[in-house]
Every structure is written in C-alpha cells, then in structure tokens.
Design a protein around this ligand. Structure first.
Ligand SMILES: [Cu+2]
Length: 340
C-alpha cells in the first residue's frame, strides 16, 4: 500500500520532523513568558535553567503527542478488518536508545541545576557543609586555645562538644553570598519572622519592625529567616528565591534587587487555615529613599518602642478575619462560630 510514498526516504522525513520539532522547541523555550519579571541578580540564572527545561519539555511533548496522534490516524480501525495486528517483540537497540536519552537529560539537568544553586550562593546541605562548618569552628576554637598556653589540653571529645556549643557563623539552609562575594558581609541585614499568618521584618540596629519588607536597590541584602510556630516558606517570586522558615532554626536568603518597585511576598508552605492570606510586599527603594524610610521610622518609633505595622499574632481567628468577612458579607454571628 501507499507505493508512491516510498519515493521519500524515511530518514529524510525523520530529519524534517526533527528540525521542525527543534525549531518550535527552541522558540517556545525562549518565548514561553511563563515566569514573572526578573528583579534580582540571581533571577537570570534560574530562568536560563527554566528555558532549557521548557525547551526539552516542548520537544518531548511534540514527539510523544505527535506519535500518538499519528498512530491514531494511521492505524485506525478500517472496514471489516477484525484481526489483531502483529505482536511487537523487544527491540534491544531501541530500548538502549530510549533509556540512554532520558538518563542523559536527567543527569545533565541535575548537574546544571546544582551549578545554578552554587552560583546563587546556595548552602551545601549534603553533609559537606556540616564538615566545612565544623572545620571552620575547629580553626576558631583551635586559635582560641592557642592564645592561652596555660589552658588545659582538651581531647577530641572536648573539641567536638565545644563545636556543638559554638555559635553558628551561618545557618545550614538557604542562599548565601554568591561565590564572588563570599568574603564580603551583606550591606543590609534584616531579620524575618514567619508566624501564623504574617511576616514580620525587624531591622536590627534601627529598632524598626515592619509588616512590609523595605530594601534598597543594588545593595547586597541578607535575610535571617526564622519561624515562631510552624514551618512557613518565604517566597519572592520575582527574585526566584524561596526558603523555608523553620521554628528554632535560622535559615538565610541573600539577594541584590535590580529595580525599584513593589512586589509580592508569599508564604509557599501550607501553614494553617489562613495560609492563603499570609502575604506581604517587598518595597525596593533607591538607596537614598531607603535611608529616608529608615530615618522616618526611627523618628516615629523613638528608641524603645518598635513600630509594628502588621501583627495579627495576638488576634483571634475571627478578629483576624473580620475585614475579609465584611467584604464577603458574613456577619459577626457566623464569624463567631469559627472560633475554636
Ligand atoms: Cu505561612
């Protein structure tokens, strides 16, 4: 059947299909517009990885769906033919081929994503960090010991114990300085606390506490993140960074904002009934505006009374929900029933 089609060699058809799939995939990879604006210096690293993944995914989608649609049409049930088709037996080279390609893609993407994580300054959580960390403390402690010659010798066990008790120089989780900045301390340090259901930002040294995060553009900002109650996740979608906020354990994010503007902060970990409302804003100022904001808030608060812009910590669920409930037309009686 279809004798005239045999004039086009199969390899040429495969080549053409391959080229068309490649062109569409590359185009879609570059033009998918699935990610929001890029606001941090790290964002392009993440987006390049995403572009590669979107390109591969598009090619796989076209090949798999194309084969399905082709087969549906080409091998459809026709006329009175009620016989089964020939059984297909194993094809060893084909099996090697379709095992090797996914393995190659997955391993390649794995290596690439670790490289992106390292470029962003991600902390090594595989056990390596623990060691690097401890070695660092060992050096610190060793130098302390060296200073006092009369100090009694402490054994390995004593050093281990001292290491456990030594204050941590950096948290185990999060994104730190990029490799180029690893020896430079951050220009702005802000403490972030996640609690049901809000983010609080504390500016140490300035004695300001805010419900919105204000940062200067172009400066290296470090966030020390902690949670009061349950695990939350501090996510800045436009910055392409996200980090769990853990009760009792500090984590870190470090970034440099490239633009001024106002962007969302989202809790990305289901943390309770009103998790969906656990959002705030990051406001990126020009550095001089940022200084003005700090000054203004310092003046407004005096020295010992921190301003709390948003603090629903002490509110009951119904108090917290009241403004939302009014918007939805729910009255106080209904609201009272959701009190635990
Ligand atoms: Cu949360």
């Amino acid at each position: 059947m279809a004798k005239e089609k045999e004039t086009v060699p199969g390899s040429l058809i495969a080549l053409t299909i391959g080229l068309v799939v490649a062109v569409i995939s590359f185009w879609y990879g570059q033009n998918n517009n699935l990610l929001p604006e890029q606001i941090s210096e790290q964002a392009p690293l993440v987006d390049d990885l995403f572009t590669v993944m979107a390109t591969i995914a598009t090619a796989l989608f076209l090949i798999v769906e194309g084969a399905i649609v082709y087969s549906l049409i080409r091998f459809r049930h026709r006329g009175e033919d009620e016989t089964d088709s020939e059984p297909v037996k194993g094809n060893f080279p084909l099996e090697i081929f379709w095992t090797a390609i996914p393995a190659f893609i997955v391993i390649g993407l794995g290596i690439y994503s670790v490289e992106v994580y390292n470029q962003m300054g991600g902390f090594d959580t595989s056990g390596g960090p623990q060691m690097a960390h401890h070695q660092h403390h060992s050096v610190e402690i060793a130098s302390l010991i060296d200073r006092d010659v009369s100090a009694p010798l402490i054994g390995q066990a004593g050093i281990e114990e001292a290491i456990e008790q030594a204050p941590k120089t950096r948290p185990d989780y999060g994104i730190g300085a990029s490799p180029q900045d690893v020896n430079n301390p951050a220009e702005v340090v802000i403490n972030v606390t996640g609690l049901q259901y809000a983010w609080l930002f504390n500016y140490p040294g300035d004695n300001i506490t805010s419900g919105e995060l204000h940062v200067p553009a172009g400066k290296d900002v470090q966030l020390n993140i902690e949670a009061k109650d349950v695990i939350h996740s501090f996510w800045l979608p436009q910055f392409r960074i996200k980090q769990d906020a853990l009760p009792g354990q500090m984590s870190q994010l470090r970034f440099t904002a490239t633009h001024t503007g106002t962007y969302p902060i989202v809790c990305a970990e289901l943390c309770g009934a009103y998790h969906g409302a656990m959002r705030s804003q990051i406001i990126i100022h020009e550095p001089n505006e940022y200084e003005a904001w700090l000054t203004e808030n310092r003046v407004a608060t005096g020295t010992d009374q921190p301003t709390v812009a948003v603090n629903p910590q002490d509110l009951s669920d119904s108090d917290y929900l009241e403004p939302y409930a009014k918007e939805m037309g729910i009255n106080a009686d209904v609201l009272a029933q959701i009190q635990p």
